[in-house]
Design a protein around this ligand. Structure first.
Ligand SMILES: Nc1ncnc2c1ncn2[C@@H]1O[C@H](COP(=O)(O)OP(=O)(O)O)[C@@H](O)[C@H]1O
Ligand SMILES: O=P(O)(O)OC[C@H]1O[C@](O)(COP(=O)(O)O)[C@@H](O)[C@@H]1O
Ligand SMILES: [Mg+2]
Length: 522
């Protein structure tokens, strides 16, 4: 079989269509960038092209691995300042006096540090065939190749004297549950190292240039209870000054550690700041913590706030279900966030068990026609009297008029697919002579503004602490993430090469289809 052919997926339940029609869905799924080639395969092909791999070369595996090692090497301050001094860490799990800038006063051999050579395995499934569900292969035989990334955590040697550090924290982009938890942990951990000067930059990158916005002094006392509410203590914004202006502002303020909390855009900015600092020979550590409710950052298990968003979405879905179920011919629609990735919609649908149709940006669908959503809703109303639809905001954008509008950060402003679907459903059933009672719920900002749940609280805590350990370890241009339940540092460009999108051939999407029982809408 062709190494790149699509795996076969299980037929969904309770569909008015045949398994054959369902199978056809896989070959008719549409992917971003107007391509008919599944994205997973495009990525694989791109990777192969970039690395110019000749699979007939007996050494191709070791060459791939060494290329991977180079790509995932995390930049260090000594790359540009080779004689940068290192000091014994002031962070020690066994220390008795909490703050000392002269290293921990201990004669014990074990301090719980991470060795710089420790690694975390990035891929943990050994696919035996490219046709295995969700297979991610590098060569046509889907050979097993170890891919290791750097383990996060405190290092024995640090590259900043705590009393010489001025650390700044900035939160950019949209809100996300857990921002305050991360800010809090960064501040607490910096204080444990012995840092006295910690400031918050107000309202994202804008705070570096807007002279009306003063730095916010931060301490354990200030941040003690901030995790009890959602939002960001520091405020957020989109757009803002140029990278040159930001770095100049950092120099003027004497900032030598910058913690940047944000998504793809923010991280692109953070990496540019890191590069500019290198160009100027500045001893500055720039460390990111990925923040995106959409969960669209590559290589990590999940980003903080995502679990909370999924949990909070349950309330909206349940309300939509109750409304639809209690009405005569009721249809509930819930719109959730997800600009280009349908992770929240998929997970929320899976968790609720109350969704009949889940629509995501990665899978094209029709509203009208024999296989369209409206016909399926007609079937559902006839069969069980009500139906609930969960739609990601970026889904079905091809059905809406394009405006070409962008926000201050350059992100495309999406059309409202939720409202469109609501109107089309109403019209369809009215014209048929059997109106449906359609209830539309848009809980998007409510979900984003709430405080982090317990599991996100823990994730934020670990990420915040590790961000500080990375900066003190002398790394810059890195970000921190959870990878197969372990914590790792990644060079920023590797995690923002493109938005992570849901693989329609993945087991999880198949599980979602099995759960909703929805057919192909093409
Ligand atoms: N390619 C880029 N280079 C530098 N800065 C960027 C880039 N893209 C976005 N930014 C900046 O990052 C910040 C947040 O970006 P945005 O896309 O709104 O949110 P997010 O980081 O959550 O994706 C904004 O201040 C924006 O100006
Ligand atoms: O209305 P806003 O603030 O621009 O935010 C809307 C966007 O924010 C998000 O929740 C997350 O986007 P970011 O990761 O860029 O912050 C998207 O799902 C949504 O499209
Ligand atoms: Mg973004």
């Amino acid at each position: 079989m062709d190494a790149l052919s699509s795996p076969i997926k299980p037929a969904p339940l309770a569909s008015p269509r045949t398994a054959c029609a369902d199978h056809a869905r896989l070959s008719s799924v549409s992917y971003p960038k107007q391509s008919r080639i599944p994205r997973r395969i495009q990525v694989r092909a791109e990777a192969a092209k970039q690395a110019s791999i000749d699979f007939s070369d007996p050494d191709w595996k070791s060459e791939y691995q060494s290329d991977f090692e180079t790509r995932f090497r995390i930049p260090h301050i000594t790359d540009v300042i080779p004689d940068a001094a290192s000091y014994p860490s002031t962070f020690c799990l066994k220390m008795r006096s909490p703050i000392s800038s002269e290293g921990h006063p201990s004669d014990e051999a074990w301090h719980g540090y991470i060795n710089n050579d420790d690694r975390v395995l990035l891929k943990v499934i050994r696919f035996s065939s490219p046709t295995s569900a969700g297979a991610e292969c590098i060569d046509p035989n889907c050979s097993w190749i170890e891919q290791w990334v750097h383990r996060a955590g405190p290092r024995e040697k640090i590259y900043f004297k705590p009393e010489e550090v001025k650390a700044a924290i900035v939160t950019c982009g949209g809100l996300c549950p857990g921002l305050n938890d991360v800010i809090r942990q960064i501040v607490i951990t910096l204080e444990i190292y012995g840092v006295k000067q910690i400031v918050g930059i107000p309202f994202g990158y804008r705070g570096f240039s807007d002279t009306n916005l003063a730095e916010m002094p931060l301490s354990r006392k200030v941040v003690q209870n901030i995790h009890l509410s959602g939002g960001s203590l520091l405020g957020v914004s989109r757009g803002g000054p140029t990278v040159t202006d930001i770095v100049e502002s950092m120099e003027e303020r004497g900032i030598n550690m910058l913690f940047v909390l944000g998504g793809n855009g923010t991280h692109a900015g953070a990496n540019a700041i890191h590069e500019e600092c290198r160009k100027r020979g500045l001893k500055i550590a720039v460390v990111g913590v990925p923040k995106t409710i959409d969960n669209d950052i590559l290589l990590m298990d999940k980003t903080f706030g995502f679990d909370t968003a999924v949990e909070e979405a349950q309330r909206a879905i349940n309300s939509a279900y109750i409304e639809a179920h209690s009405a005569y011919r009721g249809v509930g629609i819930v719109k959730l966030m997800g600009r280009s990735s349908g992770f929240i919609a998929m997970q929320a649908s899976l968790a609720s068990g109350q969704i009949d149709i889940c629509l995501i940006p990665e899978v094209k669908f029709n509203l009208h026609g024999p296989h369209g959503i409206l016909n399926h809703l007609k079937y559902l109303l006839e069969r069980k009297g009500s139906a609930v639809v969960c739609v990601a905001e970026g889904a079905g954008q091809d059905l809406l008029q394009k405006t070409n509008a962008t926000d201050a950060s350059g992100n495309i402003v999406l059309g409202d697919i939720g409202v469109h679907i609501q109107q089309e459903i109403k019209k369809f059933f009215k014209e048929m002579g059997h109106p449906a009672d359609v209830k539309y719920i848009d809980p998007t900002y409510m979900i984003r503004a709430c405080r982090a749940n317990a599991s996100d609280g823990i994730l934020c805590t670990v990420l915040g602490q590790n961000a500080v350990h990375g900066a003190f370890g002398g790394y810059s241009g890195i970000t921190v993430g959870i990878c197969n339940t372990h914590y790792a540092y990644f060079p920023i460009p590797e995690v923002i090469a493109q938005a992570k999108v849901l693989d329609p051939n993945s087991r999880m999407w198949h599980r979602c289809l099995t759960s909703t029982g929805q057919p192909d809408f093409i």
